[in-house]
Structures are given as C-alpha cells and as structure tokens.
Design a protein around this ligand. Sequence first.
Ligand code: NDP
Length: 334
Amino acid sequence: MATIYHDADADLTVLSGETVAVLGYGNQGRSQALNLRDSGVDVVVGNIRDPAHEAAQADDFTVLPIADACALASVVMLLIPDEVMPEVYTAQVAPHLGAGDLISFASGYNVAFGMIEPAADLDVVLVAPRMIGVGVRDAYVDSRGFPAFVGVHQDPTGNACARMLALCKGIGATRGGCIEMSMHDEASLDLFTEQGFGPAWGRVMMSAVELLVGAGYPPEAVLVELYLSGELAYSLEKIREVGMTRQMDFHSHTSQYGSITRGARYLGLDAALKEKMGAVLEEIRSGAFAKEWSEQQEQAAALFEKIRAVRDELPFTKWESAARKAFRIGDAAE
Ligand code: NDP
C-alpha cells in the first residue's frame, strides 16, 4: 500500500525560525509563496529581474537575486523551469547552501536523471503538486486540497520528512493527500502521462474525427459531438468524482447498452497499444528520453516554431476555429 500523508501528519511549527526562499515566481512559485505566507511561514522570493520580479514585489514579498535568497534561507524551493534548473542550480543555488539546508523540487526530473546532484549534506525532498499553479492557489483560498507526490531523497538532518510535510501543509497539499514516492517514479509517471497516455488518447480522438468527417458529417458537428460541447469534460469530472464504472449511471440505457456491447470489440487493440506504451515507458525509465531532450535543447525553439506553423495550416485546426466561433466557445465567444 502507498503511504499517503494528510494534515494530521504534518506540523507547521517544524519550520519555525526557518526562512523559505521560493525561487521563481511563475505558475507554481507565485501560488506556493502566497499559500506559505498565508500559512504563517517566513517567505522570501528569489527571482531574476523580469516581470515576475515585479509581480512578487506587487504582492508585497521581499524579492532578492536568486543567490542572495539562497544565502538568506535554510529552505529553498526550486520553482523555475526544469530546463534551466541545472545551470541555475550550479551557478546560483548550490554555492549558497550550507550543511543541513533543505532543497525542495516540484518535479523529480533533474535529480532522477542525474542533471542535478545535490551535495550529501543537504536535505533533499520532492513536493510536486498534481495541480496547475493557479489551481494550487484557488484550492488554498477555497479551503480545498489537491494531491501531491512527495518524497525524501536525502536526509542528513534526520528531519527532512517533517520539514517536507510542513511545506506540504503550508501550500495546502496535505488537505488533499500527499502520496510518497521516489523522484524517479514521480518523473517517470509525469513523462508517461505526457508521452504515453496523452498522445495515445489524442490518436483515438483524431481517428474518430477523420472517420466521421470522411463519412460526410460536417466537421463542426463532429467536433461539438466529440468534445467541443463540454460534455466530455463534464463526464471526466464525474469519473473523478464517482469513478469510471459508476459514472455509467448518468448515461441513458441506450448509451450504456451500446458502449458495453461495442466496447468489447476494442479489447483486441490492447496488446498493440501496451507494446507501444511500454516502449515509451522504457525510454523514460532508462533515462534515454532525458538524454535526448538535453541534447535537443538548442534545436527545440526552431522545432516548436516549425510545428506551430504546420499546425496552424491543418484542416483540423481550421475546423476547430470555425466550430468554436460558430458556437461561441472560449476566446471565440467575444
Ligand atoms: P514557470 O515557467 O511558470 O516559471 C517559473 C519562474 O522561473 C518564472 O518566474 C520565470 O521567470 C523564472 N525563470 C525562467 N527562466 C529563468 C532563468 N533562466 N533563471 C531564473 N529564473 C528563471 O515554471 P512553473 O511554475 O510551471 O514550473 C516550476 C516547477 O514546478 C518545475 O519544476 C515544474 O516541473 C513544476 N511543476 C509545474 C506544474 C505546473 O502546473 N506548471 C505542476 C507541477 C509541478 P519568467 O516568467 O520571466 O520566465
């Protein structure tokens, strides 16, 4: 059984007398800094001089250069983008940490795949919300929780777990539940969702669109039927609330009979799907993906630009724009 921590397992007073430096004031940084401060934790923000720096000042935080924030604090939360983290860690963070300081990662990626190797005298923990940054703040303000993946990677002080749980309580994660795991498992699950589950699910969606449009149904109607109406998003929310099998009760008898009897026909695809997903998982777990991505950093911007240009010219993108406009959905609503 997995270990899952809640509010009762965490004690905020463990952080009494400690200063927490939140590095980065972006999606996660802003929300976590505000939540920690509202929980009574002493917080400073470390950031480069940019609009995020001004945002942190406007929120009444003391904002310091990253190196100065690290020198001042005994707990450092690294909430900068994963791809710049190794360089920033080596040049501006590591030289200013002392024995017994704690460093917290919101993603296990860099430690799991060897891009960052913290000194042995540091407490090293994982506090990885399973929630986008704005959701971390909204949940806290509404007194709701959200799940997080957490773990102790190094514990020279013997106090790393208590400090980690205090941080989790401070950001509001223990209200939901914090499940214990290694940095490697957290990073692998995260990458698998992005590379295994997401694209496979996207392929199912595209196959259905191509089939139905090819069969002569208007593209706008197909997209509204499949997901643009919001019915799919609503059903996913119900799956979250009551479970995959029990949400069936919300659908008509025709729907239930049809999906059960026809659903069995797709069982034959499982083996091929699992073979492809398994290969993706193996690349992730072995570190081959992380190595490839490190080597591709310089070409990435050009690649993304090329993909955006192609994407914008796809018939599918045009069908989506037309349908969103016709049905006044999202930013096409105005
Ligand atoms: P953001 O992209 O929102 O940026 C974080 C901050 O880092 C910003 O203030 C940004 O400034 C600053 N920054 C950018 N480049 C540098 C640099 N070279 N040196 C110093 N600071 C820099 O990051 P996220 O909040 O999305 O991600 C932070 C961490 O949280 C990552 O480890 C991520 O994996 C993890 N995480 C993110 C989730 C999410 O939903 N976004 C969910 C769970 C975990 P500027 O705005 O000027 O670029």
